[in-house]
Each structure stands twice: as structure tokens, then as C-alpha cells.
Design a protein. Structure first.
Lengths: 539, 353
């Protein structure tokens, strides 16, 4: 093994990301306070049950919405099917907590639904007839309509690359459309759908804003409370460890159920643009209605609710320092994305040129940060810095480093880095996977050094992947709530934190303006990159 | 100091910790010589090229180029510092650059060699790739990509050019023409080249020398004529698949006897004592057809190869013998018919094992 710049850098980057993750797990073995006993005697069962119900309901709903809409736009032609193809990813712009605000705002007593009915049919007591989408059901809807796009994007990509031969084979065997769907199309897309669902599962279990807004006790809430109310980080970590075990158990179960089935088709010459089936009449109307409902409920509904309130209460627009919030949000987005991309690029290239087992293990561990809820990471980071400060810095008589890391942009960027490193690393890795290793070797044989190969061959090739990763990270950071809430500097607000603070003070009208801006910025980011997200055959 | 331009001495070629080819030694005496390595798929031919290019390391033996040690247990000059160019079998063009840009990247390294510097135009004409210059690698066929990759390697005018199955994806109709052009340009530019191929005709045409790799060893390294006519082992005979071995007994200085064919005359490549039992190599062109001959064998198969037929004949002892007949021969023989073999049988060079 030759030690070179790329090797050392990759090791250091991976190690840096792993430290706080290890902190989380090491706390697992520490003693906990009596909060555990209190919780066990009172709400622990409720936490677990709620988490299970939430997780399973969201998984079922996102599977149905995501796979259903992906199937329709991939295999059929109906009015606006090309529009829905990309419009259905816009739900990414609406974080679950903003969806939760919209649900409440629309269905609450004397809310928007009431106003509409009053304007249409005159004054009456409509409140008792308007359904209330709050509590656990509200959380399930909020998360599902916000996150189904993970399943939609991955399922659609998989459907798109299914060879026409596979579909033709179904026809040849005399299968109906439904039988082709469940015996050929869905099984072949299973790994992609499962990948989408596992992202949904991780996000659901880590969800903080919507769960907190509807005051639902889940394991995440338990984690937060054990830290906030009881200052018991070890127990918080134990809860999150159980949470992660649950996710891993799901993965293992899925893997075992696949047995030895293979899902890869040899793509060499196998790709043939699928002939979409043109729907007409009732079927066409049904397909359109389904996609429109999903688009409306996931995007138009929260967007219009926020716009309605912004227009209805224009004073909130002027109360907020929009420019300041915009600058703060974009500042965090650009800074964090750039740092993440640069380091993830170096680490990826280091892994590529140094085929080393230690490095491989470290890299695999380093991308597990995404599975750890933001709350936990933020708390673990504070704990780690406090420990270093107490046991190392102060021992040697240096000035405290707490202020440098806690309540500072620097600390915030570090924790974003740990949380979203897997997005950057995997995004760039999937770009790298398209570069055959013989391309590197050809480059060396043309006299290019490793650095020159990286700069002149890889970076131009990865340009699109880098842009995609940048947008992906940006979207996450724009929507991110718990880390920003916990670690942001004093008086430093973003659209997300402003919306959350207003909502938690029961000032939903005031939350509308930052929410609207957040949706608009995220939407513009999505539109810019929709062609990369949707990756058609030319990719 | 060795006089050879390129030299491999006692090298084990490894990939992923596994030895693919052991104890290889061969050399290229003169700059500009072309050698071809032949062997079945997966035997380690590509590993040899990758190691020479510096992409794999060695832990035994040495590799020298132009008098300079480039690989040994302790020394491994990085690929970018060797001035060795390798054209991969599969498309290794940079996918985000056009074919022209890909070739020009190779030209950046181009140094005048032996007073001549090849230009883009020459290389484009040579390989007939003008029509694909502005295209991206994913827009061209596998054969075109292979030619473009070859162009990029050639234009660097390296000290040593390594070609891995360079024409395997090129259409048969165009292949021979490219082979002629390639041979011409390699000669003109005096580019020392090692070509790996599984096509023995390509190897025999392009190579000044050919190496046969079988069972983890370089079995034979010699002139193409000698490799073909004087294979040094039964394994090489079987690999080239151009003849069969029949039992015979040495009866004199220039004769031997086979139970089915009778007396066979010729010049022995190696001396055998009288009375020795040997395996005689019988190649399709060794026997001549003669309708009037009293040595008749039964036809069991007939293959039409354009310029010739290859008849498979069954002897009384049930041995199957291939015999070459010009396709303009006055009449053809059907399966189950009798087929005459000219006597006395004379073989120019008798190869026995």
C-alpha cells in the first residue's frame, strides 16, 4: 500500500465523520438516569407503538403513491403525463412540518376550509362537519405526501430502464396488464423501490418538526425529551440505537426475502425506449385523476395554503427580514454544499485510486450518519466538544473551544457535513461508477498524473453529478430543522427555523411567509435539476 | 548491459494476488519489432500487458525497456512515467470528450520519433475514422470505438505500444485492411509493439514473433512460421487446432510408419532412434488428394472454407484425419464416399512428440 495524498486525505475525512457517530454508539454503554424507569412505567410502550404505526403507515402510503404514480407516468400516455413526470417531484420542496402547518390551517376550526364553505354557501356551523387531520393521522399524511417522491424517483428510474423485452415477454406469455405489473414490473423494480422506502423509513424515524407540531409521542420525541427534559444523552442514544436496529432489521428481512434472485439485467444493448401505451376514455381519466390528486395534495395544496395566508396577512411579509433570511439560508446552503462536495470528491477519488480494505471500511462507516436523526447528531456533537473542552483543552490550559464549535456557523456546517456526507459521497460515487476504471488507466498511460487525471478527466465528467449532488444537499439543508435549531448562532435564523418558531408559538399565519419562501426556493432548485433527478435514457 | 530493446526476465504476472502466468522470459531485440501473444481467453494475456504498462506490479523478475528497469520487485515506474501506451480491448475512450478530443489528448504526449511525427490527419486516414471525429464515444459502434482508441494510442508514438485484442470488434470485411494499414504504420514509425490476440492469423500476419501462452506458461516464443509448423509441445498443437497427432513408429532416418497410412517420408525436426514409437503431427496440408490412389479413406465430414475444403477422413483404426483440398478441385466428395490419398506420403518437416 503506497501512502499518498489521496489515501491520507480519504482516511482523515472518513475518520472525521465517524467520530461523532461513534460517540452516539459509545454512549449506549453508559449509565442512564432514572428517566428510563420513569419512561418504562409510563410512555415507552406508547412511543414504540406510535413509531411503529407511523413507520408502517408511511411506508404503505408512500409505496402506493410513489410506485403507483411512477408506474402510470412510465408506462402510459394520458393527458399531462409528461407534465406529471416532473411535477410529481415537487413535493420535495415541502418539508413534512410545513405540510403539517397547511393541514392544520386548512382543516382547523374557522380555518381555510371553513372560509371556503362560508363563501360558497353562507354562514353556518361547518366546523363540526370538517374532518380534522391532526394527531397521528396528520403526521402520517404530512410525512407521506412530502416523502413519497423518494419512492417515485427511484421506482420511475427503474421502470424506465426495464428492457422492453421483459414487457414483451409478459405479453408473449399472455399476461394481463395487472399480471405483468405484479409478476414482472414490480419484482424487477424491487431493489429500487426498497431503496426508496428505506430512505423514507430513515427520514420518518428521524422526523422532528411534524411530530413535534402534532405533539405525537414517538421514539424521536422520546430521544428529544430525554435530552431536553432529563439531560440524559446516554438514554437518548439508547433509544436511537433501538430505532436504528429496527431499520437494520427491516433491511435484513428484505435482503433475506430476496434469496438469490438477481435484479440486474445486462444493459449492454438491452436498452430500448419503451413504447408507452396510450390510454383513452375512462382509463385515461382515472390515470389523470390519480396523478393530479397526488400533485395537488402534495404540492399545490400546501403551496396555495401558504400563499393564501401570506396574502391574507400581508403584515407578516413586512415583519420578516426576508433578505436576511434568504442570505442566511443561501449562505448555509452554499458553504455546506461546497465543503461537502469537495471533501466527498477527494474521498471518493482516494477510494478509487487506493484499493485498500481499511479505507473501504472507514468509508462505509462514514456514510452511516444519514441514518442517525439530526437531533442526535447535534446533541452528540455538543457532548463531544464539551468532552474535548473539559478533558483535553482545559487540562492543557488552553482557551475554551466551545464558542468556536457550538452556536457558530462553523459548528453548524460540521454537523451538516456529518449528517449529509452520505448524500454527497454516494451521489459522487454513483457518478464515478459510470467511469470505467480503464478511463483512469488510459489517462495514466497518456502521461497524466493522478492529480491531473482528477482535475482534467474526472471533474469535467462528473460535472452533472456534482450539480445534482449540490442541489440534493441544498434541498436537505433548506428544509433541515433540528440541527439548525440546536446549533445555530444566536439571532441567526433561516426560513426553516423562523417557520418552526412561529408555528411553535401558535402563530401559524406568521409561519406561512417563511414557509412559502422555503417552498419557492426549494421548488426553483428542483426545477433547475429536474432533468438530472429524472435521468432519462440519455444519461 | 543487455542489447535488447525490451526484455522480460523470469516474471510472474499476478492480478488480485493470484498468479496468472509464471516465469515468463522473452525479449524484443530491435526497436520497431512487433510481437504477438496468443492464448485462450482468461489465460492472463491482458494481465501481461497491464503489468508491462505499469498498472499491475510484479514481485519476481524484471522488465526493462530501452535499457531502463521499469518493473521489478522493488521498482515500479508509474504508468504515466513509462511512455508505454496501452489500447484496451473494451472502449476506454473518455466518455465526455469527442473522438477528436480523445485522440488529441494522446497527441499531447506525441514526441517526434525517429525523425517522424505522425499527425492527426494521417492517423485518421489510416484508421478511416474521419466520420466519427465529432461524435461522442456513446454515439459510435464498438468497432469504431476500438479504432478511435487505437488512434489515440498510436498518436502518442510511445516507446512501447501495447494492443489488447485491437481489432476484435472490427467488422471482418474491414479487419484485413486495417491489419495491412496497421502493419505499415508500425513499420514506418518503428513503434515497438506487443499485441495480444486470440486470432492466430492476425498474430501470424502482424508479428515478427509470436508467443503462445498456455497453462500459466509461455510455451513457445518464436517466428510465426516456426510456431505454426514446428510447435514445440502437444499443448501448442492442440491450441492452434490445425492438425492431429497419430501414432507412428520411426523406421529410418527419414521415414516412419503408421498403421493406417503406411510409410511416411520427410525430414525430422528432431532425431529419434529407429524403432521409437512417436506421435506424428499431421496437418491438413500434409496429405494430398489423389483419386487414383489405392489408399482410400471414408469421408465423414466436409467443411467449405471458401478457398478450400477441409475433409475429415476416417481411417480403419477410427482416427479422424483432416485433409486440405483446393476448392477448384475437379469434383467434390460427399460424406460416406471414399477419398484417395496420394502415395508415397511426403511431409516436408516431420514434427513428432
Amino acid at each position: 500500500m503506497r501512502i499518498n495524498f489521496w489515501y491520507i486525505s480519504s482516511i482523515l475525512i472518513s475518520f472525521f465523520v465517524i467520530i461523532p457517530i461513534l460517540t452516539v454508539f459509545s454512549s449506549f454503554f453508559e449509565n442512564t438516569s432514572n428517566y428510563y424507569q420513569v419512561l418504562k412505567d409510563t410512555f415507552l410502550l406508547e412511543y414504540i407503538l406510535n413509531s411503529l404505526i407511523l413507520l408502517l403507515s408511511v411506508l404503505i402510503l408512500t409505496f402506493l403513491i410513489g410506485t403507483g404514480s411512477a408506474y402510470l407516468v412510465s408506462f402510459f400516455e394520458f393527458p399531462f403525463s409528461n407534465f406529471f413526470k416532473w411535477a410529481l417531484i415537487l413535493s420535495f420542496a415541502v418539508p413534512p412540518y410545513i405540510y403539517a402547518y397547511s393541514l392544520t390551517a386548512f382543516f382547523e376550526n374557522y380555518g381555510t376550509a371553513y372560509t371556503i364553505l362560508k363563501n360558497l354557501f353562507g354562514e353556518a356551523d361547518y366546523n363540526q362537519n370538517i374532518p380534522k387531520f391532526d394527531g397521528l393521522f396528520g403526521v402520517i399524511l404530512s410525512i407521506s405526501f412530502s416523502l413519497y417522491a423518494y419512492v417515485y424517483i427511484l421506482a420511475r428510474a427503474s421502470f424506465l430502464y426495464q428492457p422492453q423485452n421483459l414487457i414483451d415477454l409478459g405479453k408473449n406469455l399472455g399476461f394481463s396488464k395487472f399480471k405483468t405489473l405484479y409478476s414482472i414490473v414490480l419484482p424487477a423494480a424491487r431493489p429500487a423501490i426498497v431503496a426508496g422506502l428505506s430512505l423514507v423509513a430513515m427520514e420518518t424515524l428521524a422526523e422532528f418538526g411534524a411530530v413535534d407540531f402534532f405533539s405525537i409521542n414517538t421514539l424521536t420525541t422520546g430521544i428529544y425529551n430525554s435530552w431536553i427534559a432529563f439531560d440524559d444523552l446516554a438514554f437518548a442514544n439508547q433509544l436511537s440505537f433501538y430505532l436504528l436496529l429496527f431499520i437494520f432489521a427491516l433491511f435484513i428481512l428484505e435482503n433475506l426475502s430476496r434469496k438469490r434472485a438477481k435484479y440486474h439485467m445486462n444493459s449492454r444493448g438491452g436498452f430500448k425506449q419503451k413504447q408507452k401505451i396510450k390510454l383513452s376514455g375512462r382509463k385515461s381519466l382515472m390515470a389523470f385523476t390519480f396523478c393530479f390528486l397526488v400533485f395537488f395534495l402534495s404540492f399545490l395544496f400546501p403551496l396555495s395554503q401558504m400563499m393564501y395566508w401570506t396574502i391574507k396577512f400581508p403584515e407578516n411579509l413586512f415583519d420578516l427580514q426576508i433578505i436576511n433570511l434568504l442570505i442566511n439560508t443561501l449562505y448555509l446552503v452554499v458553504l455546506s454544499s461546497l465543503v461537502l462536495i469537495i471533501f466527498a470528491l477527494i474521498s471518493n477519488y482516494g477510494n478509487r485510486v487506493n484499493k485498500d480494505k481499511t479505507l473501504n471500511v472507514l468509508s462505509t462507516l462514514s456514510i452511516s450518519g444519514y441514518a442517525i436523526p439530526g437531533v442526535i447528531l447535534a446533541v452528540a456533537f455538543i457532548t463531544f466538544i464539551a468532552w474535548i473542552d473539559e478533558s483535553v483543552i482545559k487540562t492543557f490550559g488552553f482557551l475554551s473551544i466551545k464558542k468556536v464549535f457550538i452556536g457558530s456557523i462553523f459548528g453548524l456546517v460540521i454537523v451538516y457535513f456529518i449528517r449529509f456526507y452520505s448524500l454527497a459521497f454516494n451521489g459522487i460515487k454513483s457518478g464515478y461508477e459510470k467511469i470505467n476504471i480503464s478511463v483512469d488507466e488510459s489517462s495514466y498511460l497518456l502521461g497524466y498524473s493522478k492529480r491531473k487525471t482528477f482535475m482534467n478527466i474526472h471533474i469535467p465528467f462528473l460535472r452533472n453529478s456534482l450539480l445534482f449532488v449540490f442541489i440534493l444537499i441544498s434541498l436537505e439543508i433548506i428544509r433541515e430543522l433540528p440541527i439548525t435549531l440546536i446549533l445555530r448562532p444566536f439571532n441567526f435564523e433561516t426560513f426553516a427555523t423562523t417557520a418552526y418558531i412561529s408555528a411553535s408559538e401558535d402563530l401559524l399565519e406568521a409561519a406561512a411567509v417563511p414557509s412559502l419562501f422555503l417552498i419557492l426556493i426549494a421548488t426553483s432548485f428542483i426545477i433547475v435539476t429536474s432533468k438530472y433527478i429524472l435521468r432519462d435514457q440519455n444519461e | 548491459m543487455s542489447k535488447n530493446f525490451f526484455e522480460i526476465k523470469d516474471v510472474d504476472f499476478n492480478v488480485s494476488g493470484k498468479t496468472k502466468v509464471k516465469d515468463v522470459s522473452f525479449s524484443i531485440e530491435n526497436e520497431g519489432d512487433v510481437i504477438c501473444l496468443l492464448g485462450p481467453s482468461g489465460i492472463g494475456k491482458t494481465t501481461i500487458l497491464r503489468t508491462i504498462a505499469g498498472l499491475e506490479k510484479i514481485n519476481k523478475g524484471s522488465i526493462k525497456l530501452n535499457g531502463k528497469l521499469i518493473s521489478s520487485e522493488k521498482i515500479n515506474i508509474e504508468p504515466e512515467n513509462r511512455n508505454v501506451s496501452l489500447a484496451f480491448q473494451d472502449n476506454s475512450l473518455f466518455p465526455h470528450y469527442t473522438v477528436e478530443k480523445n485522440i488529441l489528448l494522446g497527441a499531447e504526449r506525441n514526441k517526434e520519433k525517429n525523425g517522424k511525427k505522425i499527425t492527426l490527419k494521417e492517423i485518421v486516414d489510416l484508421l478511416d475514422i474521419f466520420h466519427i471525429l465529432s461524435k461522442y464515444p456513446h454515439e459510435i459502434s464498438a468497432g469504431e470505438a476500438q479504432r478511435a482508441s487505437l488512434a489515440r494510442s498510436l498518436i502518442t508514438q510511445p516507446d512501447l505500444l501495447l494492443l489488447d485484442e485491437p481489432l476484435s470488434n472490427v467488422d471482418q470485411s474491414f479487419k484485413e485492411e486495417i491489419q495491412v494499414r496497421l502493419k505499415k504504420i508500425l513499420n514506418q514509425l518503428k513503434i515497438t509493439t506487443i499485441i495480444v490476440t486470440h486470432d492466430s492469423y492476425e498474430a501470424f500476419y502482424l508479428g515478427n514473433k509470436c508467443g503462445i501462452i498456455l497453462n500459466q506458461q509461455l510455451k513457445q516464443f518464436d517466428d510465426p512460421y516456426k510456431v505454426y509448423h514446428f510447435p514445440n509441445s502437444i499443448e501448442v498443437v492442440n491450441f492452434l487446432n490445425r492438425g492431429i497427432l497419430i501414432p507412428a513408429k520411426v523406421t529410418g532416418k527419414n521415414t516412419l510408419e503408421n498403421w493406417d497410412l503406411g510409410t511416411i517420408e520427410g525430414n525430422f525436426i528432431k532425431e529419434y532412434p529407429k524403432g521409437a514409437n512417436v506421435q506424428l503431427l499431421l496437418q491438413p496440408e500434409d496429405l494430398e488428394h489423389d483419386d487414383k490412389s489405392n489408399l482410400k479413406l471414408e469421408v465423414v465430414d466436409r467443411k467449405f472454407r471458401g478457398t478450400n475444403f477441409i475433409y475429415t477422413l476416417k481411417t480403419p483404426s477410427n482416427t479422424k484425419i483432416p485433409v486440405f483440398v483446393h476448392s477448384h478441385h475437379i469434383h467434390q466428395h460427399e460424406v460416406d464416399e471414399k477419398f484417395g490419398i496420394k502415395r508415397p506420403i511426403h511431409i516436408d518437416h516431420i514434427v513428432c512428440f
